[in-house]
Ligand binder design. Structure first.
Ligand code: RI2
Length: 330
């Protein structure tokens, strides 16, 4: 039987190694890790329990830097603890609040995907030609619900190098009965003039309505813009970044170069360096709309969504979790 820190470390390792992946799933797993910390802690005082929670939070925040769902999930639980567990409450009361809010985040985030499916499927029409990139559970839910409603369309899925998440998408849609064409990432523009709608997920939405998503998304959006194909983003509201409202930039994760080229082959190349950014930024003007569980918004309304959700959280608190994040990176 693993001890709690080991279980939590396992979750952190699996997120880092992308055994657990997808912006929504890493947030749910991070919140699950907070819950494991609380339920198996032997702490007798609130201070000790908070210290353990902060250690877990730091560990998780240092795993993957781009998807803001992860810090937002952690913030959700920590904020609830701070606001619903006043100083005179017992350590047990703190435990109860932490578990309740973690369970709430996990179940709300799953419900959000279903709701996005419901709302977004209305924007899929019979006969549509859809292109998707990477492997987004929210985008897939839209297509699956539209298909279940009897709409008939086909999907072009990019393979999504270097980790080929597009194959997962192709398999899942194919198993749902949806016809899928799997293509090289580089073929996106070749097919774009036949595409009606590009539908992608999100790792982060910034205050100015830009989309941070899997590397290659911005090129696809550019090709869509040229062909006048629509670009739809499926994003739960916890993918919106409050830090960007107070001037922070989203950090783009750069993964190991061995994902691009084997070390042995690299060793034979002279004067060559390799770069492997995992995400890129698509400006708001290349996006048509963002489908959230609370409705469809134009990307320019992202700031309103952030203000509505985080208006009650003081900027010191946002800074506090950002500081935890940064100190972990050093
Ligand atoms: P859902 C993925 O990141 C992709 O960038 C995808 O678009 C995004 O998460 C959202 O996925 P990665 O973990 O939350 O494969 O919609 O790097 O499932």
């Amino acid at each position: 039987m693993l001890t709690t820190p080991e279980l939590v470390r396992d979750i952190a390792d699996e997120i880092r190694e992308m055994k657990i992946r997808g912006a929504g799933e890493i947030a749910r797993s991070a919140v699950q890790a907070l819950m494991i910390t609380v339920t198996s802690s032997k702490a007798q005082t609130k201070d000790d329990l908070m210290q353990e929670l902060n250690t877990t939070a730091k560990l998780l925040l240092g795993t993957r830097p781009t998807a803001v769902s992860l810090p937002n999930g952690i913030r959700y639980v920590m904020h609830r603890i701070a606001s619903e567990s006043p100083a005179d409450h017992s350590v047990e009361a703190l435990r109860t609040v932490a578990v309740k809010s973690a369970e709430e985040f996990i179940s709300n985030s799953r419900l959000a995907i279903k709701k996005i499916g419901e709302i977004g499927s209305k924007r899929i029409a019979d006969g549509d030609k859809i292109l998707t990139h990477c492997n987004s559970s929210a985008a897939i839910e839209i297509m699956k619900q539209a298909w279940k409603q009897g709409k008939r369309f086909d999907v072009t899925a990019t393979e999504t190098r270097p980790r080929f998440q597009g194959r997962l998408t192709a398999r899942e849609l194919g198993e749902a009965g949806i016809p899928v064409r799997l293509i090289l990432d580089d073929a996106a523009r070749f097919f774009m003039n036949k595409i009606d709608k590009v539908l992608v997920g999100a790792d982060a939405i910034t205050a100015n309505g830009a989309l941070v998503n899997k590397i290659g998304t911005s090129l696809i959006a550019l090709a869509a813009h040229e062909s006048r194909s629509r670009v739809f983003v499926a994003a739960e509201t916890y993918k919106f970044s409050p830090e960007t409202m107070i001037g922070e930039l989203i950090e783009i994760e750069e993964r190991d170069t061995s994902e691009v080229i084997a070390q042995s082959e690299m060793g034979r190349l002279k004067n060559v360096t390799v770069r492997n950014p995992s995400f890129d930024v698509t400006p708001a003007e290349y996006l048509d709309l963002i489908i959230t569980e609370r409705g469809i918004i134009p990307p320019q309304a992202a700031i309103l969504m952030i203000q509505e959700q985080y208006g009650s959280i003081a900027s010191e608190e946002l800074n506090q979790y950002h500081a935890v994040h940064l100190s972990e990176q050093e």
